[in-house]
Design a protein around this ligand. Structure first.
Ligand SMILES: NC(=O)c1ccc[n+]([C@@H]2O[C@H](COP(=O)([O-])OP(=O)(O)OC[C@H]3O[C@@H](n4cnc5c(N)ncnc54)[C@H](O)[C@@H]3O)[C@@H](O)[C@H]2O)c1
Length: 249
């Protein structure tokens, strides 16, 4: 590792928004640690990062496992000696209404979308505090603020988990400041493979977006890279929405 090379962990970094963020961070000079369940996509994204001339480690791991998060962070420290930026991006939609959802499905939605953030922050923060610097961003959702784009399919468990991220972010900004800056992002409808239920209705959804289009992964990546790299940094505990101003929710 070059003396000046910074290190970023990106969960859910194999595809979609996480992949775009990892690529943008690589271009900004970061070595990358990618965590995901998708082995093939992880390898493909890692190859693209290597082609940018950056070091990259990959872990096939479920972000809902606290123990696995500890192993990922320990191996990151062993390899690179530091962690400058953590992006809690892995997540999964849970389009099931309150009357149909099982207890297991609810627990899983919370584990993947909210507990995952706790897992990675708890293992990463001690290293950032020790090195006296660090930034964290967690991917929430516009669903956390609006309850969802459409009433046709309820995503209440997903919305609950994503809203939990916002409270956690504000409380941790107090607990981890003045050393660590931590913020949350609420993307609106972004074209990825997470939940084609909404993107399939692009024309109808776009009518309610002031900027007249759905978002793309790079729209989110630009904001993430800004939050990782801006100097000086006077922004923490915030919820930043990137949705082209979706006014019909
Ligand atoms: N696409 C949107 O419209 C949108 C809107 C708001 C918020 N988000 C959030 O942005 C983040 C990225 O979503 P995306 O749209 O790129 O979706 P995506 O499905 O393309 O990517 C999510 C990635 O997370 C990984 N992942 C899922 N569960 C995991 C687990 N348990 N352990 C490890 N990895 C796991 C997936 O394998 C995938 O690579 C998510 O947290 C999502 O909730 C997306």
């Amino acid at each position: 590792m070059g003396a000046q090379e910074k290190v970023a962990i990106v969960t859910g970094g194999a595809r979609g928004i996480g992949k775009a963020c990892a690529m943008d961070l690589a271009r900004a000079g970061y070595a990358l640690v990618l965590v995901d369940l998708l082995e093939k996509e992880l390898a493909e994204t890692a190859a693209l990062i290597s082609a940018e001339g950056r070091q990259v480690l990959t872990f096939v791991a479920d972000v809902s496992s606290h123990q696995r998060a500890g192993e990922v962070v320990a191996q990151t420290i062993e390899t690179f000696g530091r962690i400058d930026f953590l992006l809690n991006n892995a997540g999964r939609s849970a389009p099931v209404g309150i009357l149909e959802i099982s207890e297991d499905e609810f627990d899983r939605a919370i584990a993947i979308n909210l507990k995952s953030c706790f897992n990675y922050i708890q293992h990463t923060a001690p290293h950032m505090l020790k090195q006296r610097s660090g930034r964290i961003v967690s991917m929430s959702s516009l669903n956390a603020l609006s309850g969802g784009v459409t009433a046709a399919v309820s995503r209440f468990a997903y919305a609950a988990a994503k809203a939990g991220i916002l409270g956690m972010t504000r409380a941790l900004a107090k607990e981890l400041g003045p050393v660590i800056a931590i913020n949350a992002i609420c993307p609106g409808v972004i074209r990825t493979e997470i939940d084609t239920n909404v993107t399939d209705r692009a024309e109808e959804v776009t009518k309610g977006i002031a900027l007249g289009r759905l978002g793309c992964a790079d729209d989110v990546a630009q904001l993430v890279t800004f939050l990782a790299t801006s100097e000086p940094c006077f922004m923490t505990g915030q919820t930043l929405t990137v949705d082209g101003f979706q006014f019909n929710v």
